[in-house]
Design a protein around this ligand. Structure first.
Ligand code: DMJ
Length: 631
């Protein structure tokens, strides 16, 4: 640390030798400001004769003139007449002004000295305050109200309170778990992205960049709202209003920020009607747009929110972008164009779709990797779990969200699912239906926890399926739900592993140690909920309750909820992370499973892949592509 600057008459020579470049620069700035002030005072102070005229109320008149021969005084092209008398008062007035200039100079000099006496920290704090003011001003400009848009018919924002006492109690228990997760985060991790419930401090991962963006707050908002936790919702809203800032030098995942932040903010906006959420969603979306500046328009996986520079994950095949990432933007981006009247978001995602439509697909399957520079596929791996999953989900949901008008998306979904059924879905020897992974022409008989969401997707897509195979797809959904339930039931903790095999006599069980963890994921419960909505078979509520109890028993700690490292061990160790999706998805789907169906009915709401509900848009007479007829 440097000694505080003190540039008083005696201190100056003493410190001169130790002054650093930055301090010299500040000194130079202040001195030059001082000199400018002196010059300004000298040249721009009004001439005393002018004052005399007004002060004395004499008959002096200003007449434009250039001739000084008549004894008048030339003053910038104006000639002053009638000033021959009262020379004494004139001199007095000049003296008074001279004194005033001297006093002003002294004062400025004193102020400059005072400034330089301040410590470096104090000066920095003052500079920071000034900067903050400028940022606040810019923010005000950014927060311009968006054009008014007729809101879609928002049906089913109600309590969904079940009449059955037992179901009500179970639902209350889930609400209590949400409160524990929120309160713990509020107490130990507030403003951080996530919580470490054992260490009782904030946590983050590279998907959120290096900034504290309050991921848990944004992700949890709509769950709080649905559960009627309104005080907590307001706390979250206040934090977002005051602190959520996207002008940070931070490299984030485009996909994660889209599904958790933009999805979360849009859902909070539609549910509560609070403009701040819409404004923040639009600001953030603007920061993601530079990620699309690639030779093909397929976005980079990551973007720096400040510089707009994008790049891909180092581990992805041949510098590729990931199907489940660039293919999971559609729902949020369509809503952004709808709400702003700006076609840019819609055009970006439609461009991706058109490009995918033109490409050759090996066996009708979409590989997980696509190079954004060349527009060519990377490795020919296909998955309905990690790296692929939500791309298929968003094709179906694009159709549903458009009030079933977007038939192109439905066709792409139907084609993709047909190829998946043919090449990836199999029955195990023990009769369990599973979805494997396609790797360069070979089927790996392994299913991920992430893949379990597909049971719900098949059920959701049953109505409207090609050749009226609704019954078939509902059945397929039920079979996947059953398999995934088995993956839970065959563990010690009754919680599902990250991945499980159907090979060599093993069925729905994890084999490798590094696949035995459970990190509070929602996919199995998500499928139970969809299956419940479409069948009302009580087993789905029963399975959901089993999972609730297991989470409460094995993942709950006094500082929140934690993932566990081995679901087959009776004394599990914790991973010490309370994932934001636990509040956004796992607890929300559980709560909905024990609520009435008229809370967020599926005819009117479509849930994004992070369980954020967005309303169906009735776009029959509109276009989002910038057609001037629109708006
Ligand atoms: C969530 O962020 C989303 O559901 C995403 O689509 C996949 N994985 C996590 C939860 O497991």
């Amino acid at each position: 640390r440097l000694p505080p600057l003190n540039l008083g008459a005696s201190a100056f020579p003493h410190h001169r030798a130790t002054l650093r470049l930055s301090e010299k620069f500040i000194l130079l700035l202040i001195l030059s400001a001082f000199i400018t002030l002196c010059f300004g005072a000298f040249f721009f102070l009004p001439d005393s004769s002018k004052h005399k005229r007004f002060d004395l109320g004499l008959e002096d008149v200003l007449i434009p003139h250039v001739d000084t021969s008549k004894g008048g005084k030339n003053l910038g092209g104006f000639l002053i007449h009638g000033q021959g008398h009262d020379e004494h008062r004139h001199r007095e007035e000049e003296e008074r002004l001279r004194n005033k200039i001297r006093a002003d100079h002294e004062k400025a000099l004193e102020e400059a000295k005072e400034k330089l006496k301040k410590s470096r920290d104090e000066i920095q704090a003052e500079i920071q305050t000034e900067k903050n003011k400028v940022v606040q001003e810019l923010k005000k400009k950014d927060s311009k109200p968006l054009p008014p848009v007729p809101l879609p018919n928002l049906i089913g924002i109600n309590s969904g309170e079940p009449s059955d006492l037992d179901i009500r109690e179970k639902r209350n228990k889930i609400k209590e778990m949400m409160k524990h997760a929120w309160d713990s985060y509020r107490q130990y991790g507030w403003g951080h992205n996530e919580l470490k419930p054992i260490a009782r401090k904030g946590h983050s991962t590279n998907i959120f960049g290096n900034s504290q963006m309050g991921a848990t707050i944004v992700d949890a908002l709509d769950t709080l709202y649905i559960m009627g936790l309104h005080d907590e919702f307001r706390e979250g809203q206040e934090w977002i209003d005051k602190n959520l800032d996207f002008s940070v030098n931070s490299e984030v995942s485009v996909f994660e920020v889209n599904i958790r932040f933009i999805g979360g903010l849009l859902a909070a906006y539609y549910l509560s009607g609070q403009e701040v959420f819409k404004i923040k969603a639009v600001q953030l979306a603007g920061k993601l747009l530079p990620a699309f500046n690639t030779p093909t328009g397929i976005p980079w996986a990551m973007v720096n929110l400040k510089s707009g520079v994008g790049r891909n994950w180092g581990w992805a095949s041949a510098g590729s972008s990931i199907l489940a990432e660039f293919g999971t933007l559609h729902m949020e981006f369509v809503h952004l164009s709808y709400l702003t009247g700006d076609p840019v978001y819609y055009n970006k995602v439609m461009h991706i779709r058109k490009l995918l439509q033109k490409m050759d697909r090996p066996n009708g399957l979409y590989p997980n990797y696509l190079n954004p520079r060349t527009g060519r596929w990377g490795q020919h791996h296909t998955s309905v779990g990690g790296l692929g999953d939500s791309f298929y989900e968003y094709l179906l949901k694009a159709w549903l969200m458009s009030d079933k008008m977007d038939t192109e998306a439905r066709k792409m979904y139907d084609d993709a699912i047909e190829a998946i059924e043919k090449h990836l879905i199999r029955k195990s020897n023990g009769g369990l239906t599973f979805i494997g992974e396609w790797k360069n022409g070979h089927l790996e008989r392994k299913m991920g926890h992430l893949t379990c969401f597909a049971g719900g997707m098949f059920a959701l897509g049953a109505d409207g399926s090609r050749d009226d195979k609704a019954g078939h797809y509902l059945q397929l959904g039920a079979e996947i739900a059953h398999t995934c339930h088995e993956s839970y039931d065959r563990t010690t903790l009754k919680l599902g592993p990250e991945a499980f095999k159907f090979d060599g006599g093993v069925e729905a069980v994890a084999v490798r140690q590094n696949e035995k963890y459970y990190i509070l994921r929602p996919e199995v419960i998500e499928t139970y909920w969809y299956m419940w909505r479409f069948t009302h078979d009580p087993k789905y509520r029963q399975w959901g309750w089993e999972a609730t109890q297991a989470i409460d028993k094995y993942c709950r700690v006094s500082g929140g909820f934690s993932g566990v490292k081995d679901v087959y061990s009776s004394s599990p160790t914790y991973d010490d992370v309370q994932q934001s999706f636990f509040l956004a998805e796992t607890l929300k789907y559980l709560y909905l499973l024990f609520s009435n169906d008229d809370l967020l009915p599926l005819d009117n709401w479509v849930f994004n892949t992070e369980a954020h509900p967005l309303p169906v848009l009735h776009l029959a007479n509109t276009t989002l592509s910038g057609n001037p007829a629109y708006r």
